[in-house]
Design a protein around this ligand. Structure first.
Ligand code: HQG
Length: 176
């Protein structure tokens, strides 16, 4: 339970509000682990604790750099970062889970990124439904990803298998 709280705290610091822990993200979103341990007043952190939270995180939300000195969130930022992902070819269909109450607006404007840097998509129907359930009655949307790609849309895949795209036009959505 305590680890879950710390994991949520790390998401907040590494994606949205680094200033709360008196740390700075570099251009690629990395924070020095030593600095995080020293500056964070909200939790008593150690290198081993951070490492175990990174390794056990259910969605692999965080990565530690190869030299072991830095940590970053794999995706989900609202602060400006350049994750350095290369655009890749998506599968024919990807999925997005949302809630029934957003559908009217989604049918008009497609999927928009809102506060985040990208619209988040997944290869897994199950994951999409779970994401939609966070907001109410879940709706599973299929996305004609390859068709969008053919028309020039750029798709990225994060280290933890989240697909990112700038926008999904309404005519590329599949729903019942
Ligand atoms: C909806 C979690 C009205 C969209 C998950 C979603 C994900 C619209 C909400 C990650 C809309 C935005 C992201 C439109 C989109 N009109 N509503 N035109 N277009 N929406 O949280 O995808 O646990 O920013 O359907 O697993 O729900 O944080 O995006 O319901 O990967 O690691 O607006 O967050 O990961 O909500 O979730 P969000 P999301 P973590």
């Amino acid at each position: 339970m305590k680890n879950k709280k710390i994991s949520k705290y790390l998401s907040l610091i590494l994606r949205h509000k680094p200033e709360l822990a008196n740390v700075q993200l570099d251009a690629q979103g990395w924070v020095q682990i030593e600095e995080l341990i020293e500056n964070s007043k909200d939790f008593s952190l150690s290198y081993e604790l951070i490492q175990s939270i990174v390794n056990s995180n259910d969605k692999q939300r965080f990565a530690i750099s190869e030299d072991g000195k830095k940590i970053r969130a794999n995706q989900g930022h609202s602060v400006q970062v350049e994750l350095g992902l290369a655009p890749i070819t998506p599968p024919d269909i990807l999925y997005h889970g949302t809630a029934t109450r957003f559908m009217r607006s989604i049918k008009q404007s497609g999927l928009i990124k809102g506060e985040r840097h990208h619209v988040h998509l997944t290869e897994s129907k199950q994951t999409a439904i779970a994401v939609g359930e966070r907001y109410g009655n879940a709706v599973l949307l299929g996305i004609k990803a390859n068709s969008m790609f053919q028309l020039g849309a750029k798709f990225y895949k994060t280290q933890n298998n989240v697909w990112l795209v700038d926008h999904v036009p309404a005519d590329k959505l599949l729903f019942d």
